[in-house]
Design a protein around this ligand. Structure first.
Ligand code: PNS
Length: 165
């Protein structure tokens, strides 16, 4: 194993929000290399609004100023993705107690599959603790202003795909 600390930040990112980006930036400040993993077939979710490549593109553009961040689409077990990238940990954001139950289960399943890979949680900044991709999509569907919640390119893409013209 190299001396570099590599972690993966996995998610559906459909689409990426400023809350996700806050977690990715904070992970990039803490670890040598951050591989953002865009899940292309999350088991528990129905179809995504944006394709894997679109979701990857939004994150790549928004993290272009972070040299130790790279973005990959993955369609395999998260722990396999982490191993392939020689990551020692999975880093995710935790917004509220409501996230805990799901994340607890995921962390335990991942530990069972790969005990050598640690699960690390970064507590969301208070100004993003309410923010979710689902909420943003719902707002955009009804013409709400999401420009403070997502990168500009994402706001534009949401308006094009979900807006009423
Ligand atoms: O942003 P999300 O929707 O909370 O991300 C969920 C994600 C992508 C991290 C999770 O669905 C995942 O890890 N998918 C890959 C398949 C896997 O390894 N599942 C967990 C063990 S069964």
């Amino acid at each position: 194993m190299s001396d570099e600390s590599t972690v993966v930040c996995p998610g559906s990112y459909d689409p990426v929000t400023n809350g996700h980006l806050d977690i990715i930036k904070r992970a990039a400040n803490t670890f040598d290399r951050v591989v953002v993993g865009v899940a292309n077939n999350p088991v528990r979710k129905s179809g995504t609004l944006f394709s894997g490549e679109e979701r990857r593109g939004f994150i790549e553009e928004a993290t272009a100023d972070l040299p130790n961040v790279e973005v990959q689409v993955f369609a395999e077990l998260l722990v396999e993705f982490a191993r392939r990238n020689e990551a020692t940990a999975v880093v995710k954001g935790l917004r509220a107690i409501s996230d805990f139950e799901y994340e607890f289960e995921m962390a335990q399943l991942n530990r069972l599959l790969a005990p050598e890979i640690e699960s690390i949680y970064i507590i969301a900044s208070p100004n993003y603790s309410f923010l979710s991709s689902t909420g943003v999509k719902e707002m955009a569907t009804f013409g709400g202003d999401v420009s403070e919640l997502v990168p500009a390119a994402v706001a534009k893409a949401l308006a094009e795909r979900l807006g009423k013209g």
